[in-house]
Design a protein around this ligand. Structure first.
Ligand code: TRP
Length: 459
């Protein structure tokens, strides 16, 4: 009986941990702003398609490798490569992952810091009864307030690394288990409010009415990158979670459940945000500030909005907290494997990520005219540090990592291990393998290759 209870709890623990990693800024902040920049329904369609045909199979592959390897990502990759006569260099999929996570966490911490500041602004009633242009102005002024930006960023990084340093993520995941349904409820409330606004119809058309002309290579690359980003895959960050799965748990079911929740949260956020956009004649391509301007406008229009807004940013902060812990943990685990103590490793990673993040925070003010990779042209031109770290690692490194993981899981990992790790029966394994080899991997390679050449103006 005890063993059953334990397994039940670890089964839940697995889904909780993966959900905690997946649901975050990607759903509520990044998804709407990417959709806004890429023509609405065109992006949404590509994104959902990529979640289904790339995200699900690669997510399974990534967790399978961890489940079969039963160790940290680098160790799992190396052991399995050795045992199967492949080169131990395969472990560098985890190195690429660590670089990717480092860059992603650097801007993730900055934007999470914005949510922290917005808790304070909500409570102090800054938005209450204000017209949309004033609420937009508050965000603009906030980005100019360098000390406040840096303090919020610092506090968030300390919160994240404090949890990672102690290795106590399970407590936070349990807290999230209790509180995340409230976040979903608030998003439902916002979507319900959206239905009553004059821009709702236009927002729905813009989001869901097919618009094939808007399908560009940039939209395709962004949608692919965002599918990986939102599912937290392609950087070996979910790999380690597989090791905790009880033997009889079905990986496909867990992965599909998380993906449905993840896409659902993004859709609710999109509906709420674009209804505000179209109700007030705003620009859908509002950039990274989109959510921070539109949702306070919505809350200022609802009775009790001050407190709802404060609650929303508290819950968002919790969601981003578990995501950023997931981003940080693999880097810390890697140093621990090299003999570091956990506390030291967390401190070193925290300081390095924080320092990189400062450059992102300053990209909105003192460094707003600095385009470090201008000389490379193409996708690097005209981009600040923030623009670079928030686009290149999600759009290029995550799919590349995912592609390598898919190749590893289907070519290096023996079918017998794969079948056991996937846990959906023989026929399902064969179908997964076929889809991964014939569709997912080639499609990632194709989109990466063509869109990069296109965006560089090669043809
Ligand atoms: N999925 C998270 C979000 O949507 C971000 C995230 C957490 C992530 N862990 C990750 C992205 C690992 C890539 C890799 O906010």
């Amino acid at each position: 009986m005890t063993s059953k209870a334990q397994q039940w709890s670890s089964q839940r623990a697995f889904i909780l941990a993966v959900t905690g990693a997946a649901v975050g800024l990607g759903n509520i902040w990044r998804f709407p702003y990417m959709t806004g920049e890429n023509g609405g329904s065109a992006f949404l369609l590509l994104y959902i398609l990529f979640v289904l045909i790339l995200g699900l199979p690669v997510m399974m592959a990534e967790i399978m490798v961890g489940r079969a390897g039963r160790a940290g990502p680098m160790q799992s990759l190396m052991n399995m490569a050795r045992e199967n006569g492949a080169s131990p260099q395969w472990r560098h999929i985890a190195t690429l992952g660590a670089v990717t996570l480092f860059l992603i966490l650097s801007f993730y911490g900055v934007v999470s810091g914005w949510s922290l500041a917005y808790i304070g602004k909500s409570i102090s009633g800054d938005f209450a009864g204000q017209p949309p242009n004033v609420i937009g102005g508050i965000f603009g002024q906030f980005l100019e307030n360098v000390p406040l930006l840096l303090i919020c960023h610092l506090i968030f990084m300390v919160l994240t690394m404090a949890v990672v340093a102690r290795g106590v993520t399970q407590g936070l995941e349990r807290l999230n288990n209790l509180l995340m349904p409230l976040l979903y409820l608030l998003l439902l409330l916002l979507a319900g409010y959206a239905v009553t606004t004059p821009g709702f119809g236009e927002a729905m058309k813009w989001l869901f009415l097919p618009n094939p002309e808007a399908i560009t290579w940039k939209a395709t690359l962004d949608a692919m990158g965002h599918a990986f980003f939102t599912l937290a895959i392609g950087a070996c960050a979910l790999m380690a979670y597989g090791a905790y799965m009880p033997p009889e748990q079905s990986l496909p079911k867990a992965v599909i459940a998380v993906a449905i929740l993840d896409v659902g949260v993004a859709l609710l956020s999109g509906i709420a945000i674009f209804s505000v956009v179209f109700s007030h004649g705003m620009e859908p391509a509002g950039g990274p500030g989109l959510m921070f301007v539109t949702l306070p406008i919505a809350f200022s229009d609802i009775t009790g909005g001050t407190w709802l807004s404060a609650a929303f940013f508290v819950l968002l902060l919790l969601a981003t907290w578990t995501s950023s812990i997931n981003l940080a943990e693999p880097m810390v685990a890697m140093l621990i494997d090299k003999g570091w103590r956990r506390g030291q490793a967390a401190f070193a990673v925290g300081v390095a990520v924080w320092a990189m993040g400062v450059l992102s925070a300053l990209s909105f003010n003192v460094l707003s005219d600095v385009f470090p990779l201008q000389a490379l042209g193409g996708i690097f031109a005209g981009k600040t540090v923030f623009d670079l770290v928030s686009s290149i690692p999600p759009d290029i490194f995550l799919p590349l990592g995912g592609l390598l993981i898919a190749i590893f899981a289907t070519r290096v990992m023996p079918a017998s291990d794969g079948r056991a790790a996937l846990g959906g029966g023989e026929a399902f394994y064969r179908r997964w393998r076929k889809i991964t080899v014939m569709i997912s991997a080639p499609l990632v390679a194709l989109v990466l290759f063509v869109s990069l050449l296109k965006l560089w103006g090669v043809f």
